[in-house]
Design a protein around this ligand. Structure first.
Ligand SMILES: [Cu+2]
Length: 186
């Protein structure tokens, strides 16, 4: 009986202490637990992404495929390049066809990700050894990829034999057709 009467007030004191403690904790932690309504440092704006749109069309005069534009400028940083290939599907015999130089070593073809593209359906490439860049373009498709570019001037060219006379013929390697320059500005 004596023990019980000693514990009862203690229980009340403990209960009050717990209630007060929770209340104080709520007061102290409340502002922390409330979701921030404004931007926080961890959600700061990401660096800007730049976009480049290229097309592969059939040149009306010469009847050969042509990148438009072949020469272009883009600010340094993360760049999304989209290639709309209006040429017919082609086969790039001997193509390694591995995607390199893009974020994740991946390219999107009509919305599907590829690390390697079947050579039987590669009409053109967008390749820049200086950037370790190799992207494969099936005819009649839309290709897009993301890459990180630093200031400089980088030649690119198509490595898939295309046009009139295969590897050595027009317009292979011809600036403004199957070759060009990427100028990356500060
Ligand atoms: Cu080509």
């Amino acid at each position: 009986m004596g023990v019980r009467s000693w514990f009862e007030p203690l229980g009340v004191v403990v209960a009050i202490a717990v209630i007060v403690g929770i209340s104080m904790g709520a007061v102290l932690l409340g502002p922390v637990l409330v979701p921030a309504s404004g931007p926080s440092p961890s959600s700061a704006a990401p660096p800007p992404t730049h976009y480049v749109n290229l097309s592969i069309v059939i040149n009306a005069t010469w009847g050969v495929p042509q990148y438009v534009p072949a020469n272009f400028s883009v600010p340094a940083g993360r760049v999304v390049i989209t290639i709309r290939d209006y040429d017919q599907p082609g086969t790039f015999v001997g193509c390694g066809c591995n995607v390199t130089g893009t974020v994740g070593a991946v390219e999107m073809i009509n919305g599907t990700a590829y690390h390697r593209v079947p050579s039987a359906n590669v009409a053109h490439t967008f390749s820049s050894p200086a950037l370790n860049l190799n992207v494969l373009s099936p005819g009649g498709s839309t290709v897009s990829f993301v890459t990180e570019l630093f200031p400089g001037t980088y030649p690119w060219w198509c490595m898939a034999p295309c046009g009139l006379d295969g590897m050595m013929g027009f317009p292979m390697g011809v600036p403004g057709f199957m070759a060009g320059t990427i100028t990356v500005t500060n």
